[in-house]
Design a protein. Structure first.
Length: 169
């Protein structure tokens, strides 16, 4: 019995080491250079990690129409890419975030583990605000998912994040 237990402990220890190589806490990108200068007006989606091959990337949308993408892992494109979008698209996203009360919503308590997590971060003239979005939180899922999908759509990020054809997390 001791032998079986010690083998199970060894197995799970090895598994956790393997998975830890692929999982960084969402938003824990402190070792990477910042993509935003203090005082800029922007909305960002940072992270995307889970206990699997979820795409981990950052997308920053600025009020002047700039989009900056950084692919970190499990994405088609790694590294930094830039493009421009019409300013009206930023305003559409800003309105959607404000109407969803994203930053004022209470933290969900009905969360399951191992689901993708991302940070939504914004500086819309009122200081930097951040919200952790966990797609395992059932009561927040539809609202939060809609905001994250809208961000990717407005930024045109799909061309950069799809590592396996049309797979999504």
């Amino acid at each position: 019995m001791k032998r079986i237990l010690s083998r199970l402990v060894a197995f799970f220890s090895i598994c956790s080491i393997f998975w830890s190589c692929n999982t960084t806490a969402a938003g824990d990108h402190s070792s990477r250079p910042p993509l935003v200068t203090a005082g800029e007006t922007y909305i960002a989606r940072i992270g995307g990690t889970c206990l699997g091959p979820c795409p981990d990337y950052e997308v920053y949308l600025f009020n002047d129409g700039r989009v900056i993408y950084r692919g970190n892992s499990h994405t088609t494109v790694s590294g930094i890419k830039r493009k421009n979008i019409p300013k009206e698209r930023f305003e559409k996203l800003k309105s959607a975030i404000e109407s969803s009360d994203l930053f004022q919503r209470p933290e969900a308590k009905d969360c399951l583990t191992d689901s993708p997590t991302v940070w939504i971060e914004a500086d819309l003239g009122k200081g930097i605000r951040r919200r952790l979005v966990d797609f395992g939180c059932l009561s927040d899922r539809n609202t939060m998912w809609a905001v994250v999908e809208l961000m990717d759509e407005i930024a045109g990020a799909q061309e950069w994040i799809q590592p396996h054809g049309n797979d999504t997390y």
